[in-house]
Design a protein around this ligand. Structure first.
Ligand SMILES: Cc1ncc(COP(=O)(O)O)c(C=O)c1O
Length: 398
């Protein structure tokens, strides 16, 4: 679809959609498929001529019309060349990193990344790949000082999904592009609705998603995706093929269905999230609310410049001094905020978080305990009442 003549709203509805490719039905069928049968040997041979297995049906693991429809729609919404669906967000991340690194390489990773991403990067030492973490609150252009001749890749998450630092991605991509370092961004928090890192400054080389979260949006699937440029696509699709990456038929269908309403849902997450974050900021027991959309947040300026909105995920830093029993008492008192991992669904969630245990020395020392909040679609008055009860339990002590 032509971006200049088509509004954002229309793109959500039409991206990757071709009802007449599927007998006129609005949505593609869910292809539960492994084997693809050929009419004759010539057709079988022709299917082998496509090394990235993109256009021709070959075998279920290489994709089906359902996964292609999801990939096409997401690539269009992110402004990418093509996308690769994977079985989870973490598999999208590991596949992309493995596509780039070789023994002897050095990679830069922001200190604020999702913890399993960090654990995977640490495990690369066994393959002879050195991971160096950089502070996400440092000046973006200062990344130049950390680049070595062996630096192959910079991986970032902005904002970080626990501590919400926003990075100067245009400054980082400018330096990396000039120095021949590939960049990959996890865009799970913002989604293409609120940020498109492929177009930020010099642009990243690939965007990874936990489609499990906002893209699918209903806490009913586990799915990942990588959106690539024309240059990065063969590398990343090739790695996905070699690693045996694929996504289940039902999950890619749910991912595609989620994309159709992403814009509407994200608008509501933003509205409710900002309102609740502002309300929490003034409460007794709260040291800070970590939400880049709040004026006064350290990331607010960059967020205003590079993002068009904020999703419903943020963190509350409690006053230092609250211990585990106090926080347990608070969380156990909540009735609407579900105590559970993940985010991006229609339901509100809350989890305690402990960045101190794994962050760079000094980056979180001395700060209060964190709780991470995901704001869903329940009534705001109900959510506030629930939190009021939780804070009463916190302040009363565990
Ligand atoms: C920012 C971010 N990236 C990646 C992942 C991993 O996604 P998945 O659970 O789909 O593997 C998560 C999951 O919480 C996440 O928050």
């Amino acid at each position: 679809m032509n971006e200049r003549t088509t509004s954002r709203e229309t793109r959500y509805v039409r991206a990757g959609s071709d009802p007449h490719r599927q007998g006129g039905y609005v949505n593609p069928p869910v292809h539960h498929a492994s084997t693809v049968l050929y009419r004759d040997v010539a057709e079988m041979d022709a299917s082998q001529a496509d090394p990235l297995k993109r256009g021709t049906p070959v075998y279920g693991r290489f994709g089906t019309p359902t996964s292609r429809a999801f990939e096409e729609a997401l690539a269009e919404l992110e402004g990418g060349h093509a996308a690769v669906a994977t079985c989870s967000g973490l598999s999208a991340i590991t596949t992309t990193i493995l596509a780039y690194v070789r023994t002897g390489d050095h990679i830069l990773v922001s200190d604020s990344v999702y913890l399993p991403t960090r654990k995977f990067c640490d495990s690369l030492a066994a393959l002879g790949v050195e991971t160096e973490y950089y502070r996400p609150d440092a000046d973006g252009a200062a990344i130049e000082e950390l680049i070595r001749p062996r630096t192959r890749l910079l991986y970032l998450e902005s904002p970080g999904s626990t501590t919400f630092e926003v990075q100067d991605v245009p400054a980082i991509t400018a330096v990396c592009r000039a120095r021949g370092v590939a960049t990959v961004a996890d865009n799970t928090w913002a989604t293409p609705e609120f940020c498109r890192p492929l177009a930020l400054g010099a642009g990243v080389d690939a965007v990874v998603h936990s489609a499990t979260k906002y893209l699918t949006g209903h806490a009913d699937s586990v799915l990942g995706a990588v959106v690539c440029t024309e240059e990065s696509y063969p590398l990343i699709r090739g790695a996905a093929i070699r690693l045996g990456q694929c996504a289940s038929a039902d999950d890619v269908y749910l991912g595609l269905r989620g994309l159709r309403t992403l814009s509407v849902r994200l608008g509501r997450h933003q509205e409710q999230g900002l309102e609740l974050a502002g309300w929490l900021a003034g409460r007794e027991g709260v040291a800070a609310v970590l939400h880049p959309g709040l004026p006064g947040d350290p990331g607010y300026g960059l967020w205003r410049r590079d993002f068009t909105g904020a999703s419903g995920l943020f963190a509350v830093e409690l006053e230092p001094g609250f211990g585990k029993p106090d926080i347990d008492a608070m969380l156990n008192r909540l009735r609407l905020f579900g105590l559970g991992h993940s985010y991006g669904g229609y339901e509100s969630l809350i989890v305690p978080a402990d960045p101190v245990s794994h962050r760079l020395p000094g980056s979180w020392a001395g700060r209060g305990p964190l709780i991470r909040v995901h704001v869903g679609f329940e009534g705001l008055a109900d959510l506030k009442q629930d939190l009021e009860a939780g804070f009463a339990a916190l302040l009363a002590g565990g």
